[in-house]
Design a binder for this molecule. Structure first.
Ligand code: PSU
Ligand code: MN
Length: 304
């Protein structure tokens, strides 16, 4: 099986030498942001991880190979192709690999590849969750099931306010996925530091988070961990305004009948349009912030 995975030599070396490695997803590149901001962000995120003394491993499926660690040309390719590239979650992997196609990995499929390669820490912007209206649409991201089963910590900016936060929290609780707030007890909501909901536990240093992860997996308590890292205060958007914008975006999506895997990219794009690009700036900054924390956790994970 592992003959279908290509681990970049730099990543393999870092894994072998027990240095910190941070997995990075590619749906955020192809479906989450427009060109060329997606490319610039993807390359800069890798640089931030390096600046913190860890090794970045951006993950994607390219011509039927599961790639752990991409070359700059591959990042350029995914960025330019954008939504032409299939959004690849768990269910899509065997099709894309057996058909030698390309796929941009979501949180779920990035976790799968990271776990196969032995990478435990992953940075992204936001995870998928239970969508608003899920009681009739059944729209619950496969990311949540992956978090229930796969031993990778996902550093994100909390639970995106386009989702149903209370239902997502219930789901995580049911499946035993811990939700850690980094230096906060309040769950951040992606574009904003506040949400009105609490995380399970607050931890205040990368070292404590690394110790938490080691403890969980040493005890064979399977499954992922969500590390919620609030967007920097000067980069957050106004809470009431965002609630309004998100409600509008959801209503437009419903009118257009957007569903399934199109839903999250559509809502993110619509929010960007309605905020005249401000949500994109905030999104980029919070990804940088998460990459930095993830790199620090990954380094500590190797020494605790
Ligand atoms: N949140 C963002 N930007 C993104 C995504 C989430 O702020 O690009 C992507 C991630 O790849 C996540 C996926 O795994 O959307 C979730 O999609 P869905 O809701 O269809 O499972
Ligand atoms: Mn969905």
């Amino acid at each position: 099986m592992n003959s279908l995975i290509d681990i970049h030599p730099e990543v393999q070396k870092a894994i072998d030498q027990k240095q910190g490695v941070v997995a990075l997803e590619s749906t955020i590149i192809s479906h989450g942001m427009p060109y060329p901001q997606n490319r610039d962000t993807a390359l800069h995120v890798e640089q931030i991880v390096r600046d913190e003394g860890a090794t970045p491993a951006t993950i994607a499926i390219i011509q039927g190979r599961f790639k752990v660690g991409l070359r700059a040309e591959e990042i350029e390719y995914l960025s330019q192709q954008g939504r032409q590239i299939a959004k690849a979650s768990r269910r899509d992997i065997p099709y894309l690999i057996s058909q030698q196609k390309d796929g941009a990995t979501t949180v779920a499929s990035t976790m799968i590849a990271a776990a196969m390669a032995g990478i435990r820490v992953f940075a992204t912007g936001g995870i998928g969750g239970v969508h608003r209206g899920a009681s009739s649409s059944f729209d619950i991201s496969a990311d949540l099931q992956e978090l229930a089963n796969t031993d990778v910590a996902v550093v994100c900016a909390g639970i995106k306010a386009i989702l149903d936060l209370p239902l997502t929290l219930e789901y995580l609780e049911t499946f035993g996925v811990p939700l850690i707030g980094y230096q906060t007890m309040e769950l951040p909501a992606f574009y904003t530091r506040k949400s009105g909901h609490a995380v399970d536990y607050q931890l205040d240093s990368p070292k404590e988070i690394a110790h938490f992860l080691k403890t969980k997996w040493t005890m064979n308590l399977k499954g992922g961990v969500v590390v919620a890292n609030p967007v920097p205060a000067d980069k957050q958007l106004d809470y009431d305004w965002m609630m309004h914008v998100i409600a509008q975006a959801i209503e437009i999506g419903e009118q257009k009948g957007i569903k399934g895997k199109e839903s999250t990219p559509f809502l993110l794009g619509k929010v960007k349009e309605l905020t005249k690009g401000q949500s994109l700036d905030s999104n980029i900054e919070l990804v940088y912030n998460n990459a930095k924390l993830a790199a620090q956790i990954a380094r500590h994970y190797q020494i605790v």
